[in-house]
Design a protein around this ligand. Structure first.
Ligand code: ZN
Length: 342
């Protein structure tokens, strides 16, 4: 357990988070794109430990247990039902182990289950609740500081996640994915969705995934104005736009969808994510992080933009020492980035 709680840290200022484990580990060859089940937890724990450590060195205050999609239906899809408990427990243990290297918080993680069905909210809700109870029971047993219930598409499912956290006395940060222009899959305006979760007792509410900085920020301002609890923002580091607000719909010139494994042409630079961190802080966002597509270089730049000097800052760019760029001041401005510009 960390020496300072989430609430204490939020009261003191911005909490910096870091996610995108599944995308990054897929790129590194440890997670299969498509099912996106975090088999790496059991098969290659050292690879996961290393990524946790990279986020920690980059300045993240939170180590998130990689239990995204580690629920019953998803494991069945890849024929690993038998590994459900061990995968969930081991994910928390690995996060805890690395968190202890830097006094970071440990977050349990639950997410959209794809089991929730608007045609039968009560019946499907019981199935969802059973999955959350099981995952969170193991997480609580292994020891987490709080829970991130994320990438929620439905208010109905998010409320089930919140109730499951509350039943165990765990503070819940509940965030919605926002692939549709204005509403959740069950028809609530994203701002209203956050207000409902805040009213029901979520410790933190907000958005994660789907949107890049440009299309998440306007929503964040409205959410900030609508709720009294801390607000979280974990965008994807991609260039979404008013025409294409969510990265799931980003397409090539010929119309081919590029989500999820050929999004590189739309990738945000570290400087753009650093700029996002500052803008989010300035509109009053309390928990600032990154989601799918994010890497440690983004997180370090965000930490530095927020005035921190994480361990990995020891190796932050010194372009004036570059043999070519250092001699060309105008190009140095471009590559040296936000520090020179601000
Ligand atoms: Zn994501």
């Amino acid at each position: 357990m960390s020496s300072r709680t989430l609430q204490q840290r939020l009261a003191d200022g911005v909490v910096l988070g870091a996610e995108g484990y599944v995308f990054e580990l897929e790129r590194r060859g440890y997670v299969k794109a498509g099912p996106y089940v975090p088999e790496v937890v059991l098969d290659e724990p050292e690879a996961l430990r290393q990524l946790h450590r990279e986020f920690l060195r980059a300045g993240s205050d939170v180590m998130v247990a990689l239990t995204y999609y580690a629920h019953r239906d998803k494991l069945r899809d890849v024929g690993r039902d038998g590994d459900l408990e061990e995968m969930n427990r081991q994910a928390v243990r690995l996060a805890r182990e690395v968190a202890a290297e830097g006094d970071a918080l440990v977050a349990g993680n639950i997410c959209n289950t794809w089991s929730y069905d608007l045609a039968d909210p009560a019946g499907s809700g019981r199935v969802v609740r059973a999955q959350y109870d099981q995952q969170l029971g193991w997480a609580a047993d292994e020891g987490v500081d709080f829970v991130i219930a994320e990438t929620n598409d439905y208010v109905g499912e998010a409320l089930i996640a919140l109730e499951a956290c509350q039943a165990l006395g765990l503070p819940a940060m509940v965030t919605f994915a926002s692939p549709h222009p204005t509403t959740t899959y069950d028809g609530f305006d994203f701002v209203e969705a956050c207000r409902i979760l805040a009213d029901r007792g979520a410790a933190v509410v907000g958005l994660n995934c789907s949107r890049g900085p440009e299309t998440m920020l306007p929503l964040l301002e409205r959410i900030r104005a609508a709720v009294d609890v801390p607000v979280a923002a974990q965008p994807v580091p991609y260039h979404t736009s008013a025409a294409v607000p969510a990265f799931e719909s980003l397409a090539a010139d010929d119309g081919r969808r590029l989500f999820p494994i050929q999004l590189e042409p739309f990738q945000c630079t570290r400087f753009e994510m650093a700029d996002f961190a500052v803008r989010a802080r300035d509109v009053g966002v309390d928990y600032i992080g990154i989601c799918c597509g994010g890497g440690p270089h983004h997180v370090r730049a965000m930490a530095e933009a927020l005035g921190r000097r994480p361990p990995a800052a020891r190796y932050s760019p010194a372009m004036e020492l570059h043999p070519v760029m250092g001699a060309e001041p105008e190009r140095h401005e471009v590559m040296g980035g936000w520090e020179a510009a601000s």
